[in-house]
Write a protein of this length. Structure first.
Length: 98
């Protein structure tokens, strides 16, 4: 009897809600902006779930069962923001030179 092949490990998305607390502690951020941030974060998470990623939190990150690719959502978004700011500054500098 043949045993079915073991499926490859799922890619995982790591989300630590504590990473996002500073965004909600600022009293200058309106409730509407905080709600928009939560909705945007949730939309991003759902996109990864739809792409068949597993969602991991701090309690499961140390699990030896994680064998697939791991994406840290906080780190990825911070890198995207930094790259975006860098690109904006570069475009601004190029316009000033022209």
């Amino acid at each position: 009897m043949l045993t079915p092949p073991t499926p490859p490990p799922k890619a995982s998305l790591y989300l630590n809600w504590e990473d996002w607390l500073p965004f909600f502690d600022d009293p200058d951020v309106s409730l509407a902006d905080k709600q928009a941030q939560i909705e945007a974060l949730w939309t991003i998470v759902m996109c990864f779930i739809d792409a068949d990623f597993e969602l991991l939190g701090p309690e499961s990150i140390a699990s030896p069962e994680i064998g697939g690719q791991l994406l840290d959502l906080t780190a990825a978004l911070q890198a995207a923001v930094l790259n975006s700011q860098s690109n904006t500054q570069q475009i601004k500098a190029e316009k000033e030179e022209a």
